[in-house]
Design a binder for this molecule. Structure first.
Ligand code: 3UK
Length: 559
């Protein structure tokens, strides 16, 4: 028996049985009193029940989609959903529950209910198609689903190929006005509801939180990376609270009066942490809205008087041009993650809002951010310093630690770490107890960690190692460039050449003169040998639902 089965509260041990064997797990550290956890821990007791028990039940917990729930109201709803799960849908502890929907208060309540009841929450990106859902349901042997009614069709198409998924309930009515807002058009809160809400209302509430082990699995987050087969990362109840005790406490330093808002889906741990776990951990307010494109996020910040924002670098860059039209006086902290933050974007946002962005690198495997810089220690072009609770180093290809200034593989240890569900790729992410994120980094003389590229995206051209993101950062400093992506293009003479795909700002033309102007600009900004020998002008760049540039698609276009 690879993992202790005596103390788990899970009756269904499917996920626990498929944890990596102990020798393939990352080495964990629990530095300091905030990271000492009791053997029994349900993270929802900490995130939700504790606030009500300690007298904060009347504070606002969640806003968005026409709802405004206090901690007590959220708890009452979560308890009723948990009763539907257990008493009507037959949920057994350890069962996997698929959650489908754009970000909304109801989706958050469902997540909390599943975890409170000792289930394992499995988020899914809203845009996933039936075949991708089938792959996740099959891999995680999912038995239950709670699904936004508007996404019901795609799930219905998947169901014939999902023999394990026998219990499905929908929430939210199809006819509902899907604008985000406090009130309906008539000024009254909207009350229309789908199946799950109607059934939940029939239960009395007062569900007692399942007394899980601290290392019972609370959630699975699937990450597809850039290629094929999705990997399921598993996180314990303890992992959720450990992440909440590290970066939010030491770098973000928000407080109970903060109002959190942002774009990443709750199915992405960047969003789950930033938009649900971290605000609830400190008794603050979480705004959960569905429309989070830059043009929707700005008015939402104003409408909800949000003070802490989580989004991707490209979103800050797009929003910077439009801040003047919105009242952003409530905003005080802005977090960027998912991709490297170009210096030009940091600058544009600071000039537009006066706010220094908090950059941070995190990963689905580690749950959240492990290297970051607060407003005071932010340095343009660098990600920051290891977050308290985590240790970082740079390794060469043989696994030896490299001195400052040398580019190598980023390696991380801390209180959280990679635990893939039954996946041979565990041995790629975890080596000698270190989590290897797949990123090439160097440590500067001031100790700051400086991102280079994904290790498999380094461009080797004419004997030089060139990091595409550095060339992108240089191009973004040019006034005509809206967005860009840089890759290595196979080349007979040089092995690879630097190729840039550029989206111009309105009013500029992608002609030969512009190509030359951008090439000259890069040569004057960074070492000349890094300049893009070819530039293609595009109307837009391929991106994931989480805002990441899909370099593999750019590469495929030149292969
Ligand atoms: C890249 C960054 C440079 C990097 C994530 C915050 O992005 C998250 O998780 P994913 O599993 O991707 C992880 C990879 O994304 N990356 C993320 N942030 C940065 N590169 N600077 C950054 N600031 O390649 C990393 O290995 O999708 C981010 C919190 C939770 C997350 N899951």
């Amino acid at each position: 028996m690879p993992h202790d089965q005596l103390h788990t509260a899970h009756v269904d041990t499917f996920a626990r049985d498929r944890l990596p064997p102990p020798h393939l797990l990352p080495q964990l550290f629990f530095d300091g009193p905030a990271l000492q956890f009791p053997p029994r821990l349900n993270c929802v007791a900490e995130l939700l029940d504790r606030h009500v028990a300690e007298g904060r039940g009347a504070r606002i917990a969640v806003l968005g989609h026409g709802v405004r729930w206090t901690y007590a109201e959220l708890q009452a709803l979560v308890d009723r959903i948990a009763q539907v799960l257990v008493h009507e849908m037959g949920l057994i502890t350890g069962n996997r529950v698929l959650l489908r929907g754009a970000n909304s208060p109801m989706l958050a309540a469902c997540w909390l209910a599943v975890v409170k009841a000792g289930g394992i929450a499995v988020g899914s990106m809203p845009l996933l198609r039936a075949r991708e859902l089938v792959a996740i349901v099959d891999k995680a042997q999912i038995s239950h689903a709670l699904c936004d009614a508007r996404l019901a069709d795609e799930l219905a198409q998947a169901l014939p190929n999902c023999p394990t998924l026998l219990q499905v309930l929908h929430f939210g009515s199809v006819a509902r006005d899907d604008r985000d807002g406090i009130d309906g058009r008539d000024g009254r809160p909207r009350t229309d509801s789908g199946d799950l809400e109607a059934r939940a209302a029939l239960h009395p509430g007062g569900f007692s939180t399942v007394d899980t082990a601290a290392d019972d699995i609370a959630l699975m987050a699937f990450t597809s990376g850039t290629t094929g087969v999705p990997k399921g990362t598993m996180h314990f109840h303890r992992d959720v609270m450990a992440a909440a005790a590290c970066w939010p406490q030491h770098v973000l330093r928000a407080d109970a009066d903060d109002v959190f808002i942002g774009s990443p889906p709750l199915a992405f741990t960047f969003g789950l942490g930033g938009l649900l776990v971290f605000p609830l951990a400190i008794g603050a307010c979480a705004v959960l809205i569905e429309k989070t494109a830059p043009e929707a996020l700005l008015p939402a910040i104003a409408q909800y008087r949000a003070s802490v924002c989580f989004t991707a670098p490209t979103s800050y860059r797009a929003m910077a041009a439009h801040v003047a039209a919105h009242d952003l006086r409530s905003l005080r902290k802005c977090v960027s993650a998912g991709e490297a933050l170009p210096a030009a974007t940091r600058l544009a946002w600071r000039e537009a809002t006066g706010i220094e962005i908090i950059d941070g690198i995190g990963s689905t495997e580690l749950f959240h951010i492990f290297i970051s810089a607060d407003e005071a220690s932010a340095r343009p072009g660098a990600t920051g310093l290891p977050v308290a609770g985590y240790r970082a180093t740079i390794l060469d290809d043989e696994g030896r630690e490299l001195p400052p200034g040398r580019v190598g593989r980023l390696a991380i240890r801390g209180p959280t770490g990679c635990k893939y569900l039954d996946d041979p790729r565990q041995t790629q992410y975890v080596q000698n107890g270190w989590n290897l994120t797949g990123d090439a980094y160097l440590v500067d003389t001031d100790g700051q960690y400086v991102y280079q590229a994904r290790t498999d995206d380094m461009i080797i051209s004419g004997g030089y190692n060139i990091a595409g993101p550095e060339v992108e950062s240089a191009l973004l400093l040019h006034a005509a460039v809206a967005e860009c992506g840089v890759i290595g293009q196979p080349d007979a003479a040089r092995g690879m050449i630097v190729k840039a795909f550029v989206v111009l700002k309105p009013g500029h033309t992608g002609d030969a003169a512009m190509e030359r102007a951008l090439q000259d600009f890069v040569k004057q900004t960074i070492a000349p040998y890094k300049y893009p020998r070819e530039i293609a002008f595009l109307a837009g760049l391929p991106r994931t639902e989480t805002g990441k540039l899909q370099r593999f698609k750019l590469k495929a276009s030149v292969a």
